[in-house]
Design a protein around this ligand. Structure first.
Ligand code: ZN
Length: 62
């Protein structure tokens, strides 16, 4: 889905420019409909941190 032409109801600027918090929230929500739908960026970062920690433990044990 494209949001390039979506105009914000709050600041009347294109949502893709992210000029106000409403724009940014809408942009984020629309971007989550992409290939990573349902994947929260913070969850991804946490997952990466867990993986790195596990790798460090394995490397230390070896
Ligand atoms: Zn806006």
């Amino acid at each position: 889905m494209t949001y390039d032409r979506l105009v914000c109801a709050n600041c009347a600027a294109p949502v893709s420019q992210g000029r106000c918090p409403v724009c940014r929230a809408n942009r984020e929500r629309l971007q989550q409909e992409g290939p990573f739908a349902g994947l929260n960026p913070m969850a991804l970062i946490a997952l990466m941190a867990v993986l790195v920690a596990a790798l460090a433990l394995v490397a230390r044990a070896a």
